[in-house]
Design a protein around this ligand. Sequence first.
Ligand SMILES: Cc1cc2nc3c(=O)[nH]c(=O)nc-3n(C[C@H](O)[C@H](O)[C@H](O)COP(=O)(O)O)c2cc1C
Length: 243
Amino acid sequence: MKIYLIIGSVRLGRIGPQIAEWIKKEIQANDPSSDIELIDLREWYLPMDDEPNLPASGHYEKEHTKAWARKISQGEMFIFLTPQYNGGYPAALKNAIDHLYAEWSGKPACIVSYAYRGGGRAAAQLKQILTGVRMLTQENAVEISLSQLVVDDSGCITDIENALSQYKQAMFRAGRASGNRQFSSNAVRRSDHYEEGVYSNIPFKIHNRKYVPYWVLHFGFLGLGFFAPFLVAYYQMKRSGSI
Ligand SMILES: Cc1cc2nc3c(=O)[nH]c(=O)nc-3n(C[C@H](O)[C@H](O)[C@H](O)COP(=O)(O)O)c2cc1C
């Protein structure tokens, strides 16, 4: 199973990559057959919301989005490593998620957050967004508390093995739970998204797979409302025998 570990932090001086390397090393030590790759959003630069079409349509125009879509479609399980910034997760991570839709859908996702008190609020927000793109998120997120870490003058976490060892078991539990979820990249088709009517300008699907634009319904109901009194009047006159 191809596991992608996405590093959600892109800022200068970040500690995210060090934690990501530690997670990768521990997962491989636990299971040498693990095929895990780090995805650094700083290397996958995606300008903010720069696609003209809705991601759920799958029609990407920009080369960087197409490359991003190809990459993510190869992933079978995802670990999202996110710091907590002002009670939420970083904008770069949201932008990277929002660039795609179907490439995420139906795939298991596990969240590892870090902040002074573990980053639970960032993890909760991220979970909601991952559920929005139909990822199979699992219950136990791993929360790493930075208050127990020491970062030296060069920005390196001191004795990272020791400092993070307490999170090992939680991480393996989360990984196992995610890996056990049935994986199917076809679990959610693009058209399923339309059925919910999430975007009002997108036609919704009816049983025979034809698409009906919303304005047809809109005017249909308006027309029905307009003609209903005449129909009722006609019916009553007919019953009373006046016509
Ligand atoms: C913009 C910003 C906002 C932050 N907000 C929080 C916060 O709400 N709670 C917290 O515990 N730490 C907060 N921190 C501290 C970060 O969790 C800490 O700096 C961490 O190292 C950030 O991850 P990074 O170095 O990989 O970017 C914040 C840091 C930044 C840069």
